[in-house]
Design a protein around this ligand. Structure first.
Ligand code: HEC
Ligand code: HEC
Length: 128
């Protein structure tokens, strides 16, 4: 995973300090993530989806790359609305579909499973 996403990893790690300073402690517009998630939890989730898609916070949220005055709750960006549908899809795959298998899968489906660190998942061509 790290080997697949070296640039995204560096970008996120560099942003980590400023990210913590700018993140609110109460959330008003969560529709898929648990409404009572704490700050550490939201940071972890957002880092996970940022790394998985190679996108930075401002790719989905309204505001500058410094995160100064960021409006995290706004749904104005289409990418955020798509990401929410993707979060619901990944949750359903893991918690409904794969959970019904007789043997629990050893891995979970993640954003990175398809996106591989890129905003648009690369096409995988399987030769016939
Ligand atoms: C690929 C899109 C995407 C990226 C990149 C992303 N987010 Fe989010 N973020 C979302 C979505 C979607 C939600 C809403 C989840 C839900 O509805 O449960 C959200 C919700 C949030 C919230 C809660 C807002 C509220 O009040 O409801 C915070 C805070 C947040 N993100 C911070 C961040 C930070 C910090 C980063 C960068 C490290 C980041 N996000 C990167 C898509 C993204
Ligand atoms: C089963 C495969 C799959 C998984 C898992 C997946 N995605 Fe996607 N995602 C797609 C496909 C396919 C598209 C459409 C790409 C295109 O338009 O070319 C897409 C598009 C997107 C886009 C729009 C990108 C753009 O620039 O228009 C965002 C944002 C996104 N996904 C976020 C996520 C997030 C966040 C997760 C994890 C919660 C996730 N995706 C998990 C397959 C997936």
């Amino acid at each position: 995973m790290k080997a697949l996403l070296p640039l995204a990893f560096v970008a996120i790690l560099c942003a980590a300090g400023e990210v913590r300073a700018q993140i609110p402690t109460a959330y008003t517009n969560l529709k898929v993530l648990p409404k009572d998630i704490d700050r550490a939890g939201i940071i972890q989730e957002m880092k996970r989806i940022s790394l998985g898609t190679g996108m930075r916070c401002e790719g989905c949220h309204v505001g500058p790359p410094t995160l100064e005055g960021m409006n995290f709750a706004s749904d104005a960006k289409e990418t955020k609305r798509i990401a929410r549908a993707m979060l619901a899809m990944v949750k359903a795959v893991n918690e409904e579909h794969l959970a019904k298998l007789e043997k629990a899968p050893a891995v979970k489906v993640e954003c990175a499973t398809c996106h591989r660190g890129q905003p648009k998942p690369p096409a995988i061509v399987v030769a016939p």
